[in-house]
Design a binder for this molecule. Sequence first.
Ligand SMILES: C[S@@+](CC[C@H](N)C(=O)[O-])C[C@H]1O[C@@H](n2cnc3c(N)ncnc32)[C@H](O)[C@@H]1O
Length: 214
Amino acid sequence: MTTISRHCFGDDDSESESSSFCISIIENMKEEYGLFVWPCSVILAEYVWQHKQRFHGSTVLELGAGTSLPGLVAAKLGARVTLTDDSQRLQVLDNMRKVCDLNKLNCNVQGLTWGVWDSSIFNLHPTIILGADVLYDSNAFDNLFATVTFLLRKDPGSVFITSYHNRSGHHLIEFLMGKWGLKCLKLLDGFSFLPSEKASLISGNIQLAEIAVI
Ligand SMILES: C[S@@+](CC[C@H](N)C(=O)[O-])C[C@H]1O[C@@H](n2cnc3c(N)ncnc32)[C@H](O)[C@@H]1O
C-alpha cells in the first residue's frame, strides 16, 4: 500500500515560521528497503536540519537514499543534491524522482551501486556524503566503503555522515575505517539530538558518525 508521510523541521512543527518546512515522502508500507522511511533516515535528516549553515551552498551526495529524506532536507536548505540508489532498483529510483517533484525540489537522481565504477561516479564531487541505514548488511560493507573512500579522496575536506543501527558495537565500523584509511571525526547517539516527539515514534540503538580520510 502506498501512502504519503510528512516530516517537519523547525521550532514548532509549523510552516508559518519562514525557516520551517515539511517534506512529503511517498512510502510503501510493506517496509521494503528503499521505499520506506527507516528510523536512521529520520535521525540523519534531523542532523542535517540542525546543521543547516553547513549545508547551504554545499554539494551533497546521498548513497542508498531510498525515500531520500536527509537529501531532500539538504536540498531545502540550499544544497546542490544528487540522490542515488542501487542502479538495478528502478522502482526506488522512480520513487525518488516522484518525491522530488512532490516537494518541488530540483535534485539530480541517478543509479549508483556501491563498489561499481561506471562513468557517472567520476563526475561526482560532493563535499558532504550522506548515508542513512546503509550499514545493515556486512557483506556489502566493503563495497560501500570502497565507494565512500573513492569519493572522499577526490576532496580531502569532504565528509561522510552516516546513521546506522549499532547492532554489534562500533568495532566492525572502526576496523573498516582503519582498513580504508578513514577516521571518525564525530560519533553521536542518534537520540541525543532528536526532538522528543520524533524520538517517541522510533526505536533502536542508532549512532551517527562523521567520517573523513586520514
Ligand atoms: C535500509 S534501506 C535505507 C534507505 C534510506 N536511506 C532510509 O534510511 O530510509 C538501504 C538502502 O540501500 C540501498 N542499497 C542496498 N545495497 C546497495 C548497493 N549495493 N548499492 C547502492 N544502494 C544499495 C537499498 O536499495 C536501500 O534503498
